[in-house]
Design a protein around this ligand. Structure first.
Ligand SMILES: *[C@@H]1O[C@H](CO)[C@@H](O)[C@H](O)[C@H]1NC(C)=O
Ligand SMILES: *[C@@H]1O[C@H](CO)[C@@H](O)[C@H](O)[C@H]1NC(C)=O
Ligand SMILES: *[C@@H]1O[C@H](CO)[C@@H](O)[C@H](O)[C@H]1NC(C)=O
Ligand SMILES: *[C@@H]1O[C@H](CO)[C@@H](O)[C@H](O)[C@H]1NC(C)=O
Ligand SMILES: *[C@@H]1O[C@H](CO)[C@@H](O)[C@H](O)[C@H]1NC(C)=O
Length: 753
């Protein structure tokens, strides 16, 4: 019997026990948001009783339920996949009715025929994909008319669900609602009586109380209690119960994400301290996974505030508020004490690689259950033993499985769904004054870039792609929506796109200070880049690359990291640009196969030139080259040394070897008090450009080497593309035609011998 079959068999044995205790057992539900791109087979479904697939939406014209095109491949296999690990897990399809969808939702509820379309298609879709329930999330009534329509809709929905079950002879679909933390919002209350009668349970959105984009002080975004404010979970739950929703129909929301603020004064860093906007990510949101990695890389530990039941941590002027294991355990235990039905976690992929939060919630829940089920336990002891054995085996396997998985985390939980703007061609034409040459600010790898100003005054950068993309519109949209999910302060934010016939246009945030290469090699402009500024740029690029490689939902290999792709904002803070959509253009791969590679000389590592291999170490190599350029203020397309026969890497290495590294450092930076740090950066750079990719450090290591000034660094080996190799097994000769004036050169490759 294969291990999978064995599991299913054992589960069947346990099934009678688990279903007989189902009525008393708490609901342990969790969300999987398709936009997270987290692999469905790796969802720890054994730790949950219910899984929500998020989200389905309402079509604005037909009012039918629809699944966004990019989510379709997931939804069709979701049910089967999660059941493989846990045959008794129940799946629900979550429909977003609130936030950006609320106008749409109320438009749907306002007419009988629209409600009918929606109700019919919601049931049909749920059945088609094997869901056992439907969930309506984040709706809140805002006017009396809307409230009345909402009541009617809920009644009709439930009636239709009941009759579908009767006529089809299948088990009735579960109907749940995800409501805000308190029944009373902006003077309008939820229709509690209708909700009680028609929904199986209500799970509460007991998080996002404070947001760095909205509040100018650090907030406990998911506080259980707060003596100083009503904005807390305990208050909301009491209000719900007071208004008539029984405790045993309430499911507590758990947040597996937190928010990062920038502190006004790093010494004032408790809850409620002055802050000015988000930190680390665009809107400050961070998954628990990302927060843990972040804390680990800085070696800091969080504070637990037991009054509010939240954790927070301060790193320099960044402040992150979130729930760690203690907070989660306390909340689950609170839910048990109050007789609530269970918990709903948003969202499972944000948990860390070892599923620490899921485990904490599960342990707490099971523990209490064991206490109250003493008698039952005595009777069913043998079965329970099997369950526990089984569970620990699964945990064990799961752990092994998940530690292997890539760093998947950071997701912008707030920007649910379609967070990308679609611009019309006319809008863009107007913004750029018909792509006027005076608005042209650059020529990127994929076409010209223009500065534009939208009618509301917002400045944008417009990249008009040349015809090199051979992809269809749909593929283009998919790729673009993937790129839009990357959100980090050191990564240029894609804001939207525009498609019209042959035209494919990308719209980015506008960077007033151009790019790094604009300053670096110019004797006057480079005065603007003092050592402090350069260090900040290095740190920012490191953080951006760390995010792309380790913490973003999918690993991004940039493959064209260079000074002209490092853009600078009004404070000279760097943002990495021109990535993500790199996949759109198959050019590189094709040419690799024909033995000719177009790249930017010096930024392309040898394993790619020679064998077409690219890995994360590709960007590490380019980062090393960039670091040398920042330190030396030197171009990499020139020759150096007494005999003018050394390339930039050879030159740096030779000076380093001779103990004359200081001669490499830009004359403008030379300052005795900083030389130690500068030479350390140079050593790290030389480690990054080593010939063999296996020898190069990872970005995590690079980050740690730059941060911990006492860490002993290894001695760099000969850099790539050196004439004097210490490695005699090298068989490949690479000839590089270069000219000082030209930045993008062709590297033609000859395989010798
Ligand atoms: C919405 O419905 C209309 C009419 O049936 C259809 O043409 C359109 O493609 C739908 N839109 C989406 C996003 O599914
Ligand atoms: C219902 O709510 C929507 C979304 O907030 C709003 O645009 C609309 O005006 C409301 N309709 C009525 C009739 O109050
Ligand atoms: C924070 O915002 C509030 C109102 O939005 C304002 O009254 C207050 O002065 C602001 N505080 C700071 C420190 O900016
Ligand atoms: C928790 O935070 C609140 C609000 O900032 C503060 O008043 C309280 O002293 C803190 N409690 C602990 C134990 O740190
Ligand atoms: C959703 O709403 C937020 C503000 O509520 C807005 O910033 C964002 O652009 C909206 N997204 C879409 C796709 O409409």
């Amino acid at each position: 019997m294969s291990s999978k079959n064995l599991f299913s068999f054992l589960f069947l044995l346990v099934l009678p026990f688990s279903s007989s205790s189902d009525t008393t057992a708490g609901i342990k539900s969790g969300f999987w948001y398709a936009g997270s791109e987290f692999p469905v087979p790796e969802i720890p479904s054994t730790m949950y009783t219910h899984l929500h697939f998020a989200f389905a939406y309402i079509n604005t014209t037909s009012f039918e339920l629809y699944i966004s095109h990019s989510d379709e491949p997931y939804i069709s296999t979701f049910y089967e996949t999660v059941k493989q690990n846990n045959p008794s897990v129940i799946t629900l399809l979550s429909i977003l009715g609130g936030r950006n969808e609320s106008t749409n939702f109320f438009a749907m509820t306002s007419q009988y025929s629209r409600r009918k379309s929606f109700i019919r298609t919601s049931i049909k879709t749920a059945r088609q994909y094997g869901f056992q329930g439907l969930d309506l999330l984040a709706v809140n009534p805002n006017t009396a008319t809307n409230m009345t329509n909402m009541r009617t809709f809920i009644e009709e929905w439930r009636t239709a669900i009941d009759s579908e079950s009767k006529s089809s002879g299948t088990k009735r679909l579960i109907l749940t609602m995800g409501a805000y933390y308190s029944p009373m919002l902006d003077s309008m209350s939820y229709p509690v009586d209708t909700i009680v009668r028609n929904f199986d349970w209500v799970h509460l959105i007991t998080y996002d109380y404070y947001l760095p984009t909205k509040d100018n002080f650090t907030g406990a975004h998911t506080a259980l209690y707060d003596p100083a404010s009503k904005l807390n979970t305990d208050y909301g739950i009491k209000e719900w119960i007071k208004s008539g929703l029984p405790a045993n129909k309430i499911v507590l929301g758990l947040a597996y994400h937190g928010y990062a603020w920038t502190l006004v004064n790093p010494n004032h860093n408790t809850v409620g301290s002055p802050a000015r906007g988000p930190a680390i990510t665009q809107d400050g949101s961070m998954s628990y996974r990302y927060i843990k990695n972040y804390m680990k890389s800085y070696g800091v530990t969080p504070v637990y505030n037991s009054t509010l039941v939240v954790n927070y941590v301060t790193i320099g002027s960044f402040w992150i508020g979130y729930d760690d294991v203690e907070a989660i355990k306390t909340k689950v235990s609170y839910a048990k004490d109050k007789g609530l039905l269970g918990f709903a976690a948003f969202q499972i992929p944000s948990d860390d690689v070892d599923w620490e939060l899921s485990k904490a919630a599960l342990d707490e829940e099971e523990e209490d259950q064991r206490d109250s089920n003493q008698r039952l336990l005595a009777i069913l002891l043998p079965t329970l033993t099997i369950t526990i054995l089984l569970l620990s085996t699964i945990l064990c396997i799961l752990k092994r499985k998940t530690t292997r998985s890539e760093g998947i985390g950071e997701l912008n939980e707030r920007a649910i769904g379609r967070n990308l703007k679609v611009f019309s061609f006319d809008q863009i034409k107007e913004a750029t004054d018909n792509f006027s040459i005076k608005n042209k600010i650059g020529e990127g790898g994929f076409g010209p870039v223009y500065k534009g100003r939208l009618s509301d005054g917002e400045e944008i950068a417009v990249k008009r792609l040349s015809e090199c993309s051979k992809q269809g519109v749909e593929e283009f949209q998919n790729e673009v929506s993937l790129a839009s999910k990357l959100q980090h302060v050191n990564v240029l934010q894609l804001q939207g796109y525009c498609i019209k016939r042959e035209e494919k246009i990308l719209i980015y945030e506008y960077m007033p200070n151009k790019s790094l290469d604009f300053y670096l090699y110019d004797p006057v402009k480079s005065l603007k880049l003092d050592w402090e500024t350069r260090i900040r740029i290095i740190e920012g690029v490191t953080q951006g690359l760390l995010y792309l490689q380790e913490y973003s939902t999918f690993t991004v290999i940039h493959r064209d990291l260079k000074a002209s792709n490092i853009l600078l904002d009004d404070e000279m803070k760097p943002k990495i640009s021109d990535f993500g959509i790199a996949r759109l253009f198959q050019k590189d791969e094709k040419e690799a196969n024909t033995g000719k590679i177009v790249g930017t000389y010096g930024c392309v590592p040898p394993e790619y030139v020679n064998q077409g291999i690219y890995s994360r170490k590709y960007d590490v190599y380019s980062f090393g080259v960039l670091l040398l350029q920042i330190l030396g203020g030197k171009k990499n397309s020139c020759v150096y040394g007494i005999e003018n026969n050394l390339n930039l890497l050879e030159y740096a290495y030779e000076l380093w070897q001779k103990g004359n590294g200081v001669d490499f450092i830009d004359i403008l930076l030379q300052d005795d008090s900083q030389i130690g740090k500068q030479l350390r950066c140079m050593q790290v750079a030389l480690l990054c450009v080593q010939e063999k990719w296996e020898d190069r450090p990872s970005m995590l290591e690079v980050h740690s080497m730059l941060k911990n000034e006492t860490e002993i660094l290894p001695n760099p080996k000969v850099p790539a593309f050196s004439k004097n190799k210490d490695n005699t097994t090298q068989e490949t000769v690479v000839t590089i035609e270069l000219a000082c004036s030209d930045n993008s050169l062709t590297i033609s490759q000859l395989i010798a011998r």
